[in-house]
Design a protein around this ligand. Structure first.
Ligand SMILES: [Zn+2]
Ligand SMILES: [Zn+2]
Ligand SMILES: [Zn+2]
Length: 258
């Protein structure tokens, strides 16, 4: 399986609009962060986790040529508002894209993107995306790979992370319940959201994320969903061995037994 970080930034992206801070003005390309998502390639298939408002640029920058499925973590704008941009794939592939979300997130997507639902295809008059949306809460098979939803706390909300074999993607979390932590043991690669050094009600701070990672002890860990108080080079030097700062365009190859 190949994992590519399409975006590693918090909801504003980095640089943030109207900000002259040193990170927003940084010359280091790793300090430019689109909104957070990853692209997974396995079994000859192309799968996204989340469709950010930056999706079009992310697809072009990474030369993504087809799309076979989308997994959604939650329905905040920075994770779903690029969904309309999948319509080129729908047209070229002449098919709806299967999408997976927990019941709350699926309800929000049905409300916001009602025009894109395959069951409403007969109402479409122009060039629209088409999605076949499935509510999920239990592990399911996708192209021969078991996808395990991992419930996470995001402030008061319950959202999903996902585990595929030895890989897990958990963004936008402020707490992880013991049952979910149990589902994140024995990982090769863990991607975990961490906003900034200071605490935040909806996101792990860097220190909180490091503590979770040290408790789970994956072989490698990457921090994502970073804000503009994090300079890539500086944080990379400060993190313990085995914990890395993700950046847009970074790819990891790993074996991923189902
Ligand atoms: Zn977010
Ligand atoms: Zn800034
Ligand atoms: Zn969120």
């Amino acid at each position: 399986m190949k994992i590519t970080f399409l975006g590693t930034g918090t909801s504003t992206g980095v640089p943030a609009v109207v900000c002259d801070c040193p990170v927003c003005k940084s010359d280091d390309p790793r300090d430019k962060r689109f909104r957070s998502s990853v692209w997974l390639s396995f079994a000859g298939r192309s799968v996204l986790i989340d469709t950010t408002p930056d999706l079009r640029s992310q697809v072009l920058n990474n030369n993504i040529r087809r799309l076979d499925a989308i997994l959604f973590t939650h329905a905040h704008a920075d994770h779903i508002f690029g969904l309309d941009d999948i319509r080129r794939f729908c047209m070229l592939q002449k098919a709806a894209v299967p999408c997976y979300a927990d019941p709350q997130c699926a309800a929000d997507i049905r409300r916001v993107f009602s025009y894109a639902l395959v069951e409403n295809a007969h109402l479409q008059k122009s060039f629209c995306p088409l999605i076949d949306l499935h509510d999920i809460d239990e592990p399911f098979d996708l192209f021969g790979q078991t996808i395990q939803p991992i419930p996470l706390r995001h402030s008061a909300e319950r959202i999903l992370g996902y585990r595929l074999g030895g890989f897990a993607y958990c963004t936008d979390c402020s707490a992880i319940e013991p049952e979910s932590l149990a589902g994140l043991r024995g990982l090769e690669v863990l991607v975990l959201g961490a906003l900034r050094p200071r605490p935040h009600p909806a996101h792990f701070s860097i220190e909180q994320a490091v503590k979770v990672i040290e408790g789970l002890a994956p072989k490698r860990a990457f921090l994502t969903h970073l804000g503009h108080s994090v300079r890539h080079e500086q944080l990379s030097m400060e993190l313990p061995e085995g914990i890395e700062v993700a950046h847009d365009g970074l790819s990891i190859d790993m074996d991923c037994p189902a």
